[in-house]
Every structure is written in structure tokens, then in C-alpha cells.
Design a protein around this ligand. Structure first.
Ligand code: XLS
Ligand code: NI
Ligand code: NI
Length: 443
């Protein structure tokens, strides 16, 4: 088979002093960090969508990338096979363990639903052969129920139940494909599950529909014995003005309201976190602390742009703080870091895709080492423990255990038995600790 990335050899760990641009300086798959191999801690996945399906177009201009499978007039299955060949060559040269896909990116849509389904089955078999040959595993699969015009007013939240039914059929097949390929998770990103204007929208009705859809997904997953984790990917807006999965706390409230806690977890995207007005650290800490953490979509935003720029991660500081929260809670279970990142439109050389991923992966690896140092040092954890120590004492247990009420507390305060002294939150000291840890070089 002709190589697509013929000029690039497999990427290896060469350490911080290498002169090669096409090598890892920090990501050393076999290095043991916090009790596991780095590869098993980070669980990195390359995503089809922006790396192989997107042509490099934007609303002002045509595609710029060299992606021959997107050329006009190609036989759709031949083109999909060439795309798969290039994708698996890339993943195996990059040396990462996972990939992930949207149904329509793996396989072309046919003239009828039945044809689309047959195409998917054929391309799933084709992908399975590549997975076997390269040892690549599937982190997650998902369905694109947002691009086609039928989904313009949403998929499960559409005012037309026939659109709900169509989306259900498509998601069923995408779950089957994910299951067949041994996927460890299934993602639901509700790209158009929101509204453009409240003038024509019933939010309560749409929420009920969305919940009904998710219950159907949960039931189906169980009925076929799919053991992967179901993940919702929060995003506040874009393409819709407002999206119901606004952020992790909103998703959590929704899961509570519709009795879905424990069935669905979150796939947190860095760029979506910042678009919702939070830090990525906040979104990860919220979901870890509240038991809904699942996986990470590593795309970052640009601080000057208010949209989803989907760039490769390059801030060790941003990643390290989130990595700390993930690792102190024991690390990933079925989740991992997926790169659904976009090259810039001018990055049209074939090897640009390698440079983007290598930089992102080294950023994650370095962040993991920072998290390891913070955990082994223990100062941050100790400071948090000390700050909340009162809650393990008698008074804290009485309050949380429900054995005291307002009058009982008022009595003790009046008697002078309770008279709290303000204490320092030590913010600057803790910020210095983070910086000192970031400044230390890789060992
Ligand atoms: C779009 C989303 C999408 C999901 C999967 O903003 O990030 O790529 O990750 O559908
Ligand atoms: Ni995403
Ligand atoms: Ni995104």
C-alpha cells in the first residue's frame, strides 16, 4: 500500500536534547508515572473529524489541505478507504494507542438510510482490519446528527418527532459500530440540541425529548451488552445560540433531573470550558468532585477569539492544573485524551499534522509530570485538607449529619462556645508552589 505520509518515519521518544522536530521530547510511553506507563495514563486518541475529514475550509474560503479522498468525483467507498489507510498510517506512525470517529467521517452517506448503514458496516470492517494490523484501539465513536439539513432544528430536541426518530436510528447504528470495534466509550455531543431564538422554542418540551433520547440510548447500550461509558460533551453554544449541555454543572443538573446520574459522564473539551466562561481547570474539578468525570477532548481555544478554534494544546500550565485533579482522583478509567484538533488553514504541508500532534502530546506528557510532582510533594493536598479539617471534627459532623438545627447553633453562638477566627486562604503561596513546580525542567 502506498504511504500517504511517506516522508515521515515513526515518531519516537528522543528526550529533551534531540535536534529532531519529528520526535517526542517528553512523551515516553513506557515511562512509569504515578504507578502506570505514560501511555496508559494519558490514553491518547487521534480523531478522524478535523484531521482527515475536514478539508481546511472556513466560511470565507475553500479547503486548503492535501486530502485527495475529498476530491470531487471520487467513488465514495474508494475515497473512504484511502482516508482510512492514511488515518491508520498516521496513528501508527505517531505511536498513540487510540482513535475516535464520527460515523459520517468513517463512512460515506448513501442515497438512502439503508445504503448509509451498509456503507458503515463495510467501513467498520475495513477499520477493524487496520486496527488489527496496527494494534490501534477505539477510544470512542459518535454520530454526526448536526451537519445534515434535516438536523437544522436539532436532533432529539427537534420539533418534529420524525427527526428524533431519524437521529435515533443513526445513533443506534453508530453505537453498533462502536461496540463492534471494541470502543471504550460512546460520545454524544448535542451540536444543535439548543435554540436559535426563544420566539419559536419550548425549552421544557425539548429537555424532555432530550432526556427521553438519552434513556433510549442507555437502554439500547444495556440490551446489546455494550460496556463502554456513555459520555456527553458539554458546549455552551456554536453552532446554536444556546446549547442545553452548556457546561458540566448544567449537564449534571440535567442528569439529576431525569434520573440519568451514573449512566452518563462528561467528555470535557478545553475550548468548550473556556467558551462557557469557566477555566478548563474548573470544569475538570467540578466533574471529578461531583462524580461525573469521564474523558477529555484536548482542543484549546484562542484567548482572543470567542469561538471554538479547536487548537492543539500548548499550555502546560492550563493542562497541569486539570491533570492534577484527574490524577489525584486516580486517573482515567475508560476515558482518555482525544485530539479533535484542527490545524490552522495555512498548515497545508502533510507533516504539519505530525507537528501539531507531537506538540500537543508533549504538552500533555509534561503536564502529567507536573501533576506527578504536585501529588508526590503533597503540599497542595495537605493545604486543602487542613482548610476543611473542621468538617471532620465534632461540629462539622453534627452539622452534616443533621443532628443540629438553626436554634441549636444559635444557642451555642450566643453562649460564646462558637466564635470563629478568620484564617488565610494562602492563595499567593499556593500559586507560587504551582509556578515553582512548572519551572522545574523535565528530569
Ligand atoms: C464540536 C465538538 C465535536 C465533538 C464530537 O465542537 O467538539 O467535535 O467532540 O462530536
Ligand atoms: Ni469536541
Ligand atoms: Ni469543540
Amino acid at each position: 500500500m502506498a504511504e500517504f505520509f511517506a516522508d515521515v518515519s515513526p515518531i519516537r521518544f528522543e528526550g529533551p536534547d534531540t535536534d529532531s522536530e519529528l520526535a517526542y521530547r517528553v512523551y515516553d510511553p513506557d515511562r512509569v508515572v504515578l504507578g502506570k506507563r505514560m501511555e496508559d495514563q494519558l490514553r491518547i486518541a487521534v480523531c478522524y473529524w478535523h484531521s482527515f475529514a475536514w478539508p481546511g475550509s472556513d466560511i470565507f474560503g475553500a479547503g486548503t489541505f492535501d486530502r485527495p479522498w475529498n476530491d470531487e468525483g471520487r467513488d465514495p467507498i474508494d475515497a473512504a478507504k484511502q482516508k482510512a489507510d492514511a488515518a491508520f498510517e498516521f496513528i501508527s506512525k505517531l505511536g498513540v494507542p487510540y482513535f475516535c470517529f464520527h460515523d459520517v467521517d468513517l463512512s460515506p452517506q448513501g442515497d438512502t438510510f439503508a445504503e448509509t448503514r451498509a456503507n458503515l458496516e463495510q467501513m467498520v470492517d475495513y477499520a477493524a482490519d487496520h486496527m488489527k494490523a496496527t494494534g490501534t484501539k477505539l477510544l470512542w465513536g459518535t454520530a454526526n446528527v448536526f451537519s445534515h439539513p434535516r438536523f437544522a432544528a436539532g436532533a432529539s430536541t427537534n420539533p418534529d418527532p420524525e427527526v428524533f426518530a431519524y437521529a435515533a436510528a443513526q445513533v443506534k447504528n453508530a453505537i453498533d459500530a462502536t461496540h463492534r470495534l471494541g470502543g471504550e466509550n460512546y460520545v454524544l455531543w448535542g451540536g444543535r440540541e439548543g435554540y436559535e431564538t426563544l420566539l419559536n422554542t419550548r425549552m421544557g418540551q425539548e429537555s424532555d425529548q432530550f432526556a427521553r433520547f438519552l434513556h433510549m440510548v442507555v437502554d439500547y447500550k444495556k440490551s446489546i451488552g455494550f460496556e463502554g461509558t456513555l459520555l456527553i460533551e458539554p458546549k455552551p453554544q456554536e453552532p446554536t445560540k444556546h446549547q442545553y449541555d452548556y457546561d458540566c454543572a448544567t449537564v449534571h443538573g440535567f442528569l439529576e433531573r431525569y434520573d440519568l446520574v451514573g449512566e452518563l459522564f462528561v467528555n470535557i473539551e478545553v475550548n468548550h470550558a473556556t467558551l462557557s466562561g469557566h477555566s478548563f481547570h474548573h470544569e475538570v474539578a467540578y466533574s471529578v468532585d461531583n462524580g461525573i468525570f469521564g474523558s477529555i477532548d484536548a482542543n484549546r481555544g484562542d484567548p482572543q477569539n470567542g469561538w471554538d478554534t479547536d487548537q492543539f494544546p500548548n499550555s502546560v500550565e492550563e493542562m497541569s492544573l486539570a491533570m492534577y485533579e484527574i490524577m489525584r482522583a486516580g486517573g482515567f478509567t475508560t476515558g482518555g485524551f482525544n485530539f479533535d484538533t484542527k490545524l490552522r488553514r495555512q498548515s497545508m504541508a502533510r507533516d504539519d499534522l505530525f507537528h501539531g500532534h507531537i506538540g500537543g502530546i508533549d504538552t500533555l506528557a509534561q503536564s502529567l509530570l507536573v501533576a506527578e510532582r504536585l501529588i508526590e510533594d503533597g503540599t497542595l493536598e495537605a493545604a486543602r485538607n487542613e482548610r476543611y479539617a473542621g468538617w471532620s471534627g465534632v461540629l462539622g459532623e453534627e452539622i452534616m449529619g443533621g443532628t443540629v438545627d438553626l436554634p441549636a447553633l444559635e444557642k451555642r453562638v450566643t453562649a460564646g462556645d462558637i466564635d470563629p477566627e478568620p484564617v488565610s486562604g494562602r492563595q499567593e503561596q499556593l500559586e507560587n508552589l504551582i509556578n515553582r513546580t512548572l519551572w522545574r525542567t523535565v528530569e
